[in-house]
Design a binder for this molecule. Structure first.
Ligand SMILES: [Zn+2]
Ligand SMILES: [Zn+2]
Length: 1278
């Protein structure tokens, strides 16, 4: 057990150890004084009432820096209660924050301005504490200049480390330090000049005498902020005459004087010696400037004698707010928010304010929240002190600060903006354990852009919001430095993003700020004086927010009655009605958002969804990228790049479950039961701006990309696991030179093996779609049986031999192709079937037919790598059949690089190109596909989607294949649905082919929207019972979007807008053009109505609906909604032939020539009867039972027989292909026709069967025009 004496001995031992390490050589400065440690101990005894503070230990600066990780404070003389009181008071403003924890440390160090250190940059006006072990910045509220360079005991201080642990913290000096050495002597009496006498020197036109040095005394009325311009630091101070309001400006610019900034106290009297006069270059304004020998001294009346300059005190006075009003004005803030009329320029009030920092809003941008209600902006003052001391809990006084109410619509706080003539004084340090974030004064993009574009407060706050979001979204991908720090030569991503926006927002940017005028001008002038409440012109929010807003907008613009034409909808049964509403979409552009929305995202490719994606920290957004020239997107080099797109279509696909009973309920959105959305974006590559390309990233991923096991051929067995790293290295860096060829020998060394890679070029000759295939991945957990793997495959042609590179960076520009000219002997060996599974599925969006690509195998020097991994697709004995290509499973670690399109190969490499000719897959035209003579079951063609409809899947589709896929998420359509795309060569073109796609395939198919031009590959061509040609999407099919829809189409299921009417034809010509024609128009004469039927059917079961209920009995139908339907068969002739036209619903009214009102009345009469039908004598159909006594039937019959109906009409039709007779050539017949009074005989073919699409009455002048056109065409046929 050690006694108290022993404890003191130990403590003294530690003190000596500290002094040896931290204090200079233990001797007093002049040698005659006692050693420094004795002086320190004397001060400690003095502070502790004679006792040594044995409970405390010395800490050196170095230990403070490296060992103290959390904020702390030390109070040498305080009792526990004193400390508790102090801490409690500090928590008043922010009760949720903890007070600084107390530590028991003794800080003894020199106070310095850093000039003694040989690092020049330290002399920037900052203060430091230092000892032999290190130096650290400090902040104090009160500084006497003579303290600098002396050793002190600091009785009360806090240490605040930075949040970023790698950087240094700083010390807050809470109580004046106790000098260890004696302070310096007091100066002698000096002659001074008072501002009243000095002012005329500045205003007179007499050129200032260079040599004369002045001493000026006065009261400090203003202290400008410390500024640094072109690496030169300075500040202004303003001395006022004691007895009048006259003041003079003094420029303090010598490095040794910058610490004056800390010691100057407003309202105190000072004397400054060695001043000379100078004038500013630009304005010629004269000011006092300090010289090297200038001193700042406290004014002491006894020590000075006035130096008269012979001029009386004159000059105008400037109004300066006094400190006493500060508190009062801060009260006025409470009711200060008076909304002025928007759109008018407002003048900011200049006020003073005292408040507590409650939150650091953005330290880089210089934004702090005071008292939880006002935002303090220090950006206009440059923030040179790195915002030290401005932690939550600190109290600040703001003098002459601008008050701006609502500068930016989206900014929630009133803003207090400090300009260069505002004074910001730290009144007290925070007593809370709140962290400190340093603001970087160099490379601070906020401040750089603020000063470069001379932004006003609204624009600055907007910039801050953009940059803050930008940083938060993308710094996790690239790191802050890569995004933000930029030089003029190499602007970083953030700058590339912001500068064009700022240039557009402030086109009439005023010339650079004149900071001298701003500080010295008699009339105050600064960027904060006037402002206009700003509505941000654009935004770039998080992707998650983009999706949310898009979904919301898509819901808001969902209008079932607009999706379905009411004329059609009123005849639809419940099932059809709701099916037509089950899938719709809406597209949004940048301008659909308020403010305009700019899309930013990192381009990624996902192996899970096999799609391209834009990504930020919050979310991902699938995307479809097309080229304006129609070529597919294959820029593998863009993966990982940060893209900006302003011209895009954001597509929201809506998958709604609805139960609208009938069209009359369409306005009531309560019938929407379930809402699901899928949001993606499509844009052109040409509209993309690359903000940041990860040059090194590809190489990095290549070098580190050996994270998974390999498969290789092992005789004929399929796989062998190579799980251990050793095995992997062995495989990848096979040292045996097993291939001949000079280039290979260097690959043997393991030193180059780490970075070396093997590449091989190939051409894609065919690519198939994604589907489940019967391949097995090697690393599946046991127990489960063989599972189908999602995969896709591509047939490729190898070009040239594999190449070895010592580093991926050195991969050249297609050298392989130069030597391929004579390698034709073994073409079949050169083909391969690439199999993509698992992670390699990510290449799906990039791989396209006719593209030249390169595989890069990282960390590999084995030129046989491609060969070794090949699997024979069939047992080896069949391999002699030369056309069977080897199957190569693409490894996860391989990198794919798109080189070019085969069509772009330069002349000198034509040899390679000629090898490839003749193997191109044929792309047909739509008329070819539709023609009878077409052979082949797989077709490829391109066309524009004119219509997209959801329909019930054909019954014969097998659901078994799709059942497994259904489980995967992302399929939002019911599995029994399929999508019908009507595709034509161009809008309005008559040749239309229908493509059916089962809903299960749709999850990978983005961009299938009306108006889009699409290349379909390997669709299955089919012929229907009715001899119609259609196509279905099968597993080997593939689509790529060639062109995006040109404009926004509000109707998803409408036929593609109001295009030009179909071409006018003769019935006789239809026979020969049947295959190509889907729609046409004839000018014809209605001969008579063969059958006519009007009925009400049940909306649920389609039984006859009579007197308000369904007539179905077994089982009884609960429906109480009936749908009216009408149909008619009408015979028409146009002089060249006859046709039977089927009219439905509203077209029946049109062909009968009934007005809408009459038609309504007629249909209502049918309601009580259920159905009414009539038939012409000639018709021999069954099932039409006439009721002769019914007056509606009588009316209809007489209407049909009336000559009013037998008139000329313009009829738009499509071929109703039900009876296939038309395909067989039939003998021509002679028939009589009437045209007005004239009767003539014509040869006609068999009657065609047409479906009415539209009926137009023919006006007299239109008739003559049409007739002349007919005559012209007829003569051209002769
Ligand atoms: Zn101002
Ligand atoms: Zn029914």
């Amino acid at each position: 057990m050690a006694g108290p004496g022993a404890a003191e001995q130990r403590w003294l031992q530690a003190a000596r150890e500290f002094a040896r390490r931290a204090l200079p050589d233990g001797e007093g400065p002049r040698g005659t004084e006692p050693p420094l440690l004795d002086l320190v101990l004397r001060r400690l005894r003095g502070a502790g009432g004679g006792d040594l503070p044995l409970g405390y230990s010395f800490i050196s600066i170095s230990d403070l820096l490296h060992q103290q990780r959390v904020p702390c404070c030390s109070h040498l003389t305080w009792s526990t209660n004193e400390f508790k009181d102090w801490a409690q008071q500090g928590q008043g403003a922010l009760p949720m924050q903890n007070a600084l924890p107390r530590s028991y440390l003794i800080l003894v160090a020199y106070l310095t301005d850093g000039r003694q250190e040989n690092e020049e940059k330290l002399a920037n006006g900052c203060l430091y504490v230092k000892d032999n072990t290190g130096i650290i910045p400090c902040e104090l509220l009160h500084l006497e200049l003579e303290w600098l360079g002396s050793l002190f005991l600091f009785p009360s201080w806090s240490y605040i480390p930075q949040t970023d642990e790698s950087a240094a913290g700083y010390v807050e000096i809470l109580v004046d330090p106790v000098p260890v050495n004696l302070p310096k002597k007091v100066p002698d009496t000096i002659p001074v000049t008072y501002p009243a006498s000095a002012k005329p020197l500045l205003t007179s036109r007499i050129p200032c005498k260079r040599r004369s040095k002045l001493t000026v005394a006065g009261e400090l009325v203003r202290r400008g902020p410390l500024l640094c311009i072109r690496h030169k630091s300075f500040f202004f101070l303003f001395l006022k005459c004691f007895i009048s309001a006259v003041w003079v400006p003094v420029l303090v610019q010598k490095p040794n004087q910058l610490t004056w900034h800390h010691s100057l106290q407003l309202g105190q009297r000072y004397t400054i010696t060695g001043l000379s006069m100078s004038s500013l270059k630009k304005s010629g304004q004269k000011i006092f400037v300090t010289g090297v020998s200038s001193c700042l001294l406290p004014y002491c009346a006894e020590q000075v004698g006035e130096q008269q300059l012979g001029n009386s005190c004159q000059g105008e006075s400037t109004q300066l707010s006094s400190l006493e009003t500060a508190e009062k004005l801060s009260d006025s803030l409470e009711l200060g928010v008076k909304e002025k009329r928007p759109g008018s320029t407002k003048e900011s009030k200049i006020i003073s304010y005292v408040g507590t920092v409650t939150k650091i809003l953005n330290v880089q941008a210089g934004l702090f929240l005071l008292d939880d209600k006002v935002c303090l902006c220090l950006a206009y003052q440059q923030l040179l002190s790195s915002a030290r001391g401005l932690r939550p809990g600190a109290r600040v006084e703001l003098i002459d600060i601008h008050l701006l109410q609502k500068p930016l619509v989206s900014f929630p706080f009133i803003v207090l903006g400090a300009c260069l003539s505002s004074t910001v004084v730290l009144k007290s340090f925070s007593r809370l354990s709140t962290p400190y974030q340093a603001s970087a004064s160099s490379g601070n993009l906020y401040l750089q852009l603020l000063f470069r574009y001379n932004l006003d407060m609204p624009h600055y706050l907007w910039l801050v919001s953009l940059l803050e979001t930008f940083e938060e979204r993308f710094s996790c991908f690239f790191g802050c430095r890569r995004l933000l720090l930029s030089s003029k030569q190499n602007p970083r991503a953030a700058e590339k993003f912001l500068v064009p926006l700022l240039q557009a927002a402030v086109p009439d940017r005023k010339e650079a700020r004149d900071i001298y005028d701003e500080i010295l001008g008699e009339a105050h002038q600064c960027p904060l004086q006037k402002y206009l409440t700003m509505t941000p012109p654009c935004q770039a929010p998080f992707l998650s927010a983009v999706c949310c807003v898009a979904e919301q907008k898509s819901w808001e613009c969902f209008s079932p009655s607009q999706l379905l034409s009411p004329v059609e909808a009123q005849h639809m049964g419940t099932q059809e009605l709701n099916r037509r509403l089950a899938w719709s979409y809406c597209t949004l552009s940048a301008g659909s958002f308020q403010p305009r929305l700019i899309l930013l995202g990192v381009l990624r490719t996902s192996s899970r969804s096999s799609s391209l994606q834009l990504q930020d920290k919050s979310s991902i957004l699938p995307c479809v990228i097309s080229h304006k020239n129609g070529s597919p997107f294959a820029h593998t080099a863009l993966i990982g790049s940060l893209l900006q797109v302003e011209n895009y279509q954001l597509v929201v696909e809506r998958f709604f479950q609805t139960d609208f009973p009938s069209w009359e309920h369409l306005e009531n959105l309560d019938h929407v039961r379930e809402k699901k959305y899928s949001v993606y974006v499509q844009f052109y590559f040409e509209d993309v701006q690359v903000l940041h390309a990860p040059e090194e990233q590809i190489q990095k991923s290549l070098r580190s990309g050996n994270g998974s096991s390999l498969r290789r051929k092992h005789g004929s067995s399929l796989t062998s696991k190579l799980e251990t790293p050793e095995a992997k290295m062995l495989k990848l860096e096979d040292p045996k030179p097993n291939t001949h060829g000079a280039e290979n020998c260097q690959g043997g060394q393991s030193s180059t093996g780490r970075t070396s890679c093997v590449s091989r070029i190939f051409l894609v000759t065919q690519k198939e779609g994604l589907m489940l295939r019967n391949y097995q991945l090697p690393r599946k957990e046991d127990g489960e049986g063989p599972e189908l793997q999602r995969s896709f495959q591509a047939t490729v042609l190898w070009l040239g031999k594999p190449q070895l590179w010592s580093h991926p960076r050195e991969i050249g520009n297609l050298p392989e192709l130069k030597e391929t000219d004579c390698d034709e002997e073994d073409m079949t060996q050169q083909y391969a079937l690439l199999l993509f599974m698992g992670k390699s599925l990510r290449w799906f969006p990039f791989l396209h037919r006719d593209g030249l690509y390169r595989f890069i195998v990282p960390c590999c020097s084995d030129l046989e790598v491609f060969h070794k991994l090949c699997l024979p697709p069939v047992p080896e004995k069949f391999l002699s059949r030369s056309f069977c290509p080897l199957c190569l499973p693409v490894q996860d670690t391989w990198h794919l690089q798109h080189e070019m399109w085969i069509s772009c190969l330069p002349e000198r490499q034509l040899a390679a190109r000629s090898v490839l000719t003749g193997m191109e897959q044929r792309i047909s035209s739509i008329p070819e596909v539709l023609s009878n003579g077409f052979t082949g079951s797989l077709v490829s063609f391109s066309g524009e989607i004119v219509e997209r409809t959801l329909c019930a899947s054909p019954k014969n589709e097998k659901p078994s294949v799709t059942a497994g896929l259904q489980k995967q998420k992302g399929i939002l359509l019911a599995s029994d649905h399929s999508v019908k795309l009507s595709v034509s060569v161009a809008p309005g073109s008559p040749a239309v082919v229908d493509i059916y796609i089962a809903s299960t395939y749709l999850q990978h198919l983005w961009g299938l929207l009306p108006g889009a031009k699409v290349l379909f590959q390997n669709l299955e061509r089919k012929i229907s019972r009715f001899h119609n040609v259609y196509c279905t999407y099968i597993a080997s099919s593939c689509v790529s979007i060639i062109a995006l829809p040109t404009s926004y189409l509000p109707l998803s299921s409408s036929s593609a807008g109001e295009t030009s009417p179909p071409s006018l034809v003769f019935l006789s010509h239809l026979q020969s053009h049947l295959q190509h024609l889907s729609q046409a128009r004839i000018l014809c004469h209605v001969s008579y109505v063969l059958t006519l039927s009007l009925q009400w059917v049940c909306s649920l079961c389609s039984s006859i609906f009579k007197e308000g209920r369904c007539t179905r009995d077994s089982p009884p139908c609960p429906s109480n909604i009936g749908v009216r339907q009408a149909s008619a068969r009408v015979l028409v002739e146009d002089g060249t032939g006859e046709a039977l036209v089927l009219c439905r619903n509203q077209h029946v009214a049109a062909i009968l020539g009934l007005s809408l009102l009459d038609w309504e009345a007629l249909q209502n009469c049918v309601q009580s009867r259920g159905s009414v039908s009539i038939q012409h004598e000639e018709a021999t159909g069954v099932g039409c039972v006439e009721e002769p006594e019914d007056f509606i039937a009588c009316y209809l019959r007489s209407l049909c027989r009336s000559p009013l109906i037998c008139r000329l009409i313009l009829l738009d039709f499509s071929l109703d292909r039900k009876p296939s007779k038309i395909l067989q050539p039939a003998p021509l017949q002679l028939r009589n026709f009437r045209c007005g009074e004239v009767e003539f005989v014509s040869q006609v073919g068999p009657r065609l069967s047409l479906l009415c699409l539209n009926v137009e009455e023919v006006e007299q002048d239109a008739l003559s025009y049409l007739n002349s056109k007919r005559i012209k065409r007829t003569s051209s046929y002769c």
